[in-house]
Design a protein around this ligand. Structure first.
Ligand code: CMC
Length: 428
């Protein structure tokens, strides 16, 4: 294949270089397009055909159902590593050795307190506030308690920022849930691992000893790993674009949390459960909801189905489905919601509407079922996704800043009024 692309506009022809990735993905580099063509730009709503960067963090092949972080397959990582090992690999490029991992875990523990004044901010929120709004606000508020900007050219500065946010985030997650449940706000315990501590922060009751359930712990670890990065999705692109103005790390993460909240992105895990509950309350007629999803005059979509990139299967959904079966069996939970989910999945996988459009269950179709079995309230599901995605956002922010990428600033094609005279108020 030639390493150039030819573009013909009217009588003129232009050549643009091709860029090839390490997995042979190809892009046309249009950096010089506007200058060379006297103002012509490309337009691509939703960026369905637009690469925003070159990145060495995550590779995914939507046709083949492949997902790899830093070259390691998601299947191996989910089965062999823990969340902090995966976080280290995402942020620093390689899996840590024993010494690096031990230090990383210790440094995160050393940073696992937040200023007690954060508690006052949380207390000001109404109890029925959505946890994602609360989490985004508290993450932004951390900037006020850690005002020093990360000096991106200092490895030490960046490392300290990483362990600081990874240490503090589980407290924000735990407190957000405790506030919702009306429980007192606790600090975790340094004697526990990261995921154990998260469970302690979320589930420790004031008048009971804390019982660690190893099945839940392993499933939670796996879920966090599966969510840890997903290349240039909506929230990650948000983190990169906010950071491209040289806004700080915590502020950029807070923006990412807001982007994740929407039901077409991370909010889908809450929307799936609410949809399954609604179908159950309506008599469990899955066929009725399949018909609604296919009706172009009905805004209803089958939540947890379809993906911008995966057009065969979502490899994360495969792992989660197996984990959901394991958790429900081990905990002895017989959830009627699961039957509805299985029914919908079976029908969709055999329905030409879904087959032709390559719509398959995505990561969120089963994650909510596991969270529910763990006793996590439905409004907290997307918060769990945010904690999982944290290392990915940090890795992408760091990569973008280290490459000194220009400020993200798309152009547009204006379609409004042409110049017209101002009409005085009395004449309008
Ligand atoms: N139910 C019914 N129809 C659907 C669905 C669905 N869930 N998803 C896509 N379609 C149809 C859509 O109507 C369109 O049909 P047509 O070609 O006849 O107009 C076609 O499939 C292509 O859909 P699209 O909206 O152009 O595709 P997209 O790449 O812009 O959207 C998506 C991807 C994930 C936003 C979409 O599939 C969706 O809304 N799914 C439900 C929400 C969901 O589960 N989101 C979680 C995604 S995974 C977690 C994450 O990483 O964010």
């Amino acid at each position: 294949m030639s390493n150039k692309a030819k573009l013909i506009i009217g009588d003129n022809s232009y050549e643009f270089p091709l860029i090839k990735g390490t997995e042979n993905e190809v892009a046309i580099n249009v950096k010089t397009l506007r200058g060379a063509t006297n103002g012509v730009i490309t337009i691509d709503p939703g960026y369905k055909n637009t690469g925003s960067c070159e990145s060495a963090i995550t590779f995914l092949d939507g046709e083949k159902g492949i997902l790899r972080y830093r070259g390691y397959s998601i299947e191996e990582l989910a089965n062999k590593a823990d969340f902090l090992e995966v976080s280290y690999a995402l942020i620093f490029g390689d899996l840590p050795n024993n010494e690096q991992l031990a230090k990383f875990k210790e440094d995160i523990k050393e940073n696992s307190l937040v200023d007690d004044d954060v508690r006052k901010i949380l207390e000001a929120f109404p109890k029925n506030a959505h946890p994602m709004g609360v989490l985004s606000s508290l993450t932004s508020a951390l900037t006020a308690f850690n005002p020093a900007f990360v000096n991106i050219s200092s490895e030490e500065d960046m490392y300290n920022a990483v362990v600081r946010i990874l240490g503090k985030f589980p407290i924000l997650v735990g407190w957000t849930m405790r506030k919702k449940k009306g429980l007192h706000l606790n600090y975790g315990s340094k004697s526990l691992s990261y995921v154990e501590n998260l469970m302690y922060l979320m589930f420790k009751h004031p008048n009971e000893d804390f019982q660690m359930n190893p099945i839940i712990k392993r499933a939670l670890d796996k879920l966090l790993i599966l969510h840890a990065d997903h290349e240039q999705n909506c929230s990650t692109s948000t983190v990169r674009i906010v950071g491209s103005s040289h806004a700080g790390l915590f502020a950029s993460l807070s923006a990412g949390i807001s982007a994740l909240w929407g039901p077409l992105h991370g909010g889908a895990n809450q929307a799936v459960l609410e949809m399954l509950e609604a179908i159950k309350a309506d008599g469990g007629d899955t066929k009725k909801y399949m018909a609604k999803a296919k009706d172009k005059n009905d805004p209803f979509r089958l939540m947890g189905f379809g993906h911008r990139v995966y057009k065969n299967f979502d490899p994360r959904a495969k792992i989660i489905k197996a984990a959901a079966d394991e958790v429900l069996n081990d905990l002895g939970i017989d959830d009627p919601i699961l039957e509805i989910a299985r029914g919908l999945e079976k029908e969709a996988l055999n329905d030409p509407y879904f087959v032709d459009r390559k719509l398959y269950p995505n990561v969120d179709f089963y994650s909510g079922i596991i969270y529910r079995a763990m006793g996590i309230p439905v409004e907290m599901f997307t918060v769990m996704f945010a904690l999982g995605r944290l290392p990915g956002w940090i890795a992408q922010w760091k990569e973008m800043r280290l490459k000194n990428e220009p400020i993200g600033r798309p152009r547009q094609i204006y379609t409004g009024e042409n110049l017209r005279p101002f009409t005085e108020l009395e004449n309008r």
